[in-house]
Design a protein around this ligand. Structure first.
Ligand code: MTE
Length: 398
């Protein structure tokens, strides 16, 4: 078993916190070399506490309970599978702390140091949340859907919420999923069942899902209310620890991801040993939130004075043109949504000679909402949503 004593883990995962709980990302190179889909063993892991120990027998009897302002009922995995249409959808999850390391270098935030590997993509199989919500018939007055996991944390169970109007929207693609890449969820990723919320921060995708409450108010769970926020800059880490202060304002809540990109090739410590006349292809990823696509990726070799356009590739589109029939995964379907749920890849070929004269390689992306990655960091106490220009310095070896 692994650090929790029973979960086996891939040794290539870089551990970001002490032994427990387990939080890890793959090296950006390893992650990137996987291509569009991340194999489950290299998919980033963000656990706030111990992984609930669920064996096969417990999974068989596992129930997701609906309470509050709706028809109170519960579903086993088998109930969900048989009562609702089963769908498989490619979805990228991103931790709100992705790229936090760069923030912690400037000033220590409350969170641990993610590199740029707090992002991964998998095929998730389950049922649409909107279908299940329709079935339980939310009552008048229900405005929020509050989700709770089975993990026990110092400040109560893990939980968060969605606006009912968003959760009921088929286009948003929210799912109750029991499989990832064609296999039952791994314990680290929420076995036996989790919520998957595309295009929002990973923290909304509640693992080990036990309870769904239809409510007039948003989640009061500790991490929803006191943590997953981008607090205003004047609030320092010490102030941010003081609970129930004025700055824990619902408007600082994070829902959608923001526009972001990173350079994977070359990696920070990569040595380019190639003749000046060779071409080197710069590569990386880009994503945004709210289902918005990346519309341009720009590269600068002169610290942002001038920019050039990179090529963008959206492997996700393969699943969009036709409902894609995969021999392993069955029907893979994105045709039900116009929105974009996955990361894209960019590339830009450049002469080694030109690279060798640059001080740095810089990338920035823009999305459909015309949001552009900023030049300056928005440092904030929880260290979330860092998306300033991504930069790889070029050092000249003599
Ligand atoms: N769900 C529960 N029950 N407990 C958790 O600690 N972590 C959240 C979310 N769901 C968490 C959870 C956070 S912050 C993220 S980024 C994602 O799970 C990470 O999902 P993954 O570990 O499958 O990559």
């Amino acid at each position: 078993g692994g650090p929790d004593g029973w979960v086996p883990r891939d040794p290539r995962m870089v551990r970001l916190t002490g032994k427990h709980p387990f939080n890890a990302e793959a090296k950006l190179n390893d992650l990137f070399n996987q291509g569009f889909f991340t194999s489950t063993n290299l998919f980033f892991v963000r656990n706030h506490g111990a992984v609930p120990k669920v064996d096969l027998d417990m999974a068989k009897h596992w129930k997701v309970e609906f309470t509050g302002l709706c028809n109170n009922t519960s579903f086993s995995l088998e109930d969900l599978r048989t009562k609702f249409e089963v769908v498989t959808i490619p979805i990228t999850l991103v931790c709100a702390g992705n790229r936090r390391k760069e923030q912690n270098v400037v000033q220590k935030s409350l969170g641990f140091s993610w590199g740029a590997g707090g992002v991964s993509t998998a095929l998730f199989t389950g049922v649409r949340l909107c279908d299940v919500l329709k079935y339980v018939q939310p009552e008048r007055g229900a405005k929020h859907v509050v989700f709770e996991g089975a993990d026990q944390l110092p400040n109560g169970p893990y939980g968060t919420s969605q606006l009912l109007s968003w959760a009921s929207e088929p286009n948003k693609g929210m799912m109750l999923a029991w499989a990832m890449n064609g296999k039952p969820l791994e314990p680290d990723h929420g076995f036996p069942i989790r919520l998957v919320v595309p295009s929002q921060i990973g923290g909304r995708s509640v693992k080990w899902l036990k309870k769904i409450e239809l409510s007039a108010i948003e989640s009061q769970h500790h991490l929803h209310f006191h943590d997953n926020k981008v607090l205003p800059m004047p609030v320092g880490p010490d102030q941010a620890r003081v609970e129930k202060s004025w700055w824990y304002d619902p408007r600082y809540l994070i829902r959608d991801l923001n526009v972001n990109s990173a350079i994977a090739c070359p990696d920070h410590d990569e040595i380019l040993d190639a003749p000046p006349s060779n071409t080197y292809t710069l590569r990386g990823y880009a994503y945004s939130g709210g289902g918005r696509r990346i519309t341009r990726v720009e590269i600068s070799l002169d610290e942002g004075s001038t920019w050039r356009l990179a090529e963008i590739e959206y492997p996700e589109d393969k699943f969009r043109e036709v409902a894609y029939d995969d021999t392993i995964y069955g029907k893979v379907d994105l045709t039900a949504s116009d929105l974009c749920f996955c990361w894209s890849f960019w590339s830009f070929p450049v002469l080694v000679e030109e690279l060798s004269k640059a001080a740095a390689i810089t990338v920035r992306a823009m999305d459909e909402g015309l949001a552009l990655q900023p030049r300056d960091m928005y440092w904030n106490a929880t260290g979330m949503m860092n998306n300033w220009w991504f930069r790889v310095a070029v050092h000249h070896l003599e």
